[in-house]
Design a protein around this ligand. Sequence first.
Ligand code: SF4
Ligand code: MG
Length: 330
Amino acid sequence: MLLEVHDLHVEFGTRDGVAHAVNGVSYRVDAGETLAVLGESGSGKSVTAQAVMGILDTPPGRITGGRVLFQGRDLLRLKEEERRRVRGAEMAMIFQDSLSALNPVLTVGDQLGEMFTVHRGMSRRDARLRAVELMDRVRIPAAAQRVGDYPHQFSGGMRQRIMIAMALALEPALVIADEPTTALDVTVQAQVMDLLAELQREYRMGLVLITHDLGVVADVADRIAVMYAGRIVETAPVHDLYKAPAHPYTRGLLDSIPRLDLKGRELYAIQGMPPSLTRVPPGCAFHPRCPLARDVCRTDVPPLQAVQGPGAEEGERASACHFWRECLHG
Ligand code: SF4
Ligand code: MG
């Protein structure tokens, strides 16, 4: 097992009180596997990733429980210095906003090269050559000519490729990509996602792909964990989840993806808004928006329980819905 997040809790102090941003999240990622973590903004998906990477803003954020096992070591117990070493070389993160993630006053060649001079003790000259190789690898045209350019001289899509190159430079075992294509236009999104998927296979890395867009993960993810209000509400192999969701929230998300074969039909939208994390509804947090809700949903928190159905033979499916059977067969 590459990464195992176990019962993670993260709180934020806010003016409105304590926000339970992550409320008992568990997931795991094997080497060479892609896990998509799906949720609306405020569902806790990015905060979970930041806690895993050790880059949570503290304060106001605070990890109040859980374990993060990376190659068997509990990252939450490492000293900051060891943590930094793991973060530099063994796990890497790709962010949505490449302009603020890259250093504006360094050329991309210097930034890529720094990975090799700092972490691998290479000479500047060799590091430069590796930088060009990497830029080639992520298909930046005329890499040798562009290695001396600054981040703002590249298009958004090209910058995102450079971020991918930075993340992969040291061939980490795990990459976490937080909405890596959200800021790009649709055609470029697909190209960057394809590139990421291709490199993931080639390097056999574990990939956690965080997204709010169920449409982008179908072709690249092996498994999906759907988050809502700080919890995982459904987890399943990707194709099983598409075929037959076992949670009404997932069903709502699937029904709101535009489909070519249903063109002209009005798109479904889940009613209402996700809750504020300082005021999560009692019982099932989704109940105010759920078409299947009944009394027990307003009082009893549904535990994440094993789902018998498609994909269940591997024991790989779970849903946090009292009525998952109805949803699955409905
Ligand atoms: Fe809907 Fe109840 Fe299931 Fe929550 S537990 S998703 S409210 S049916
Ligand atoms: Mg986010």
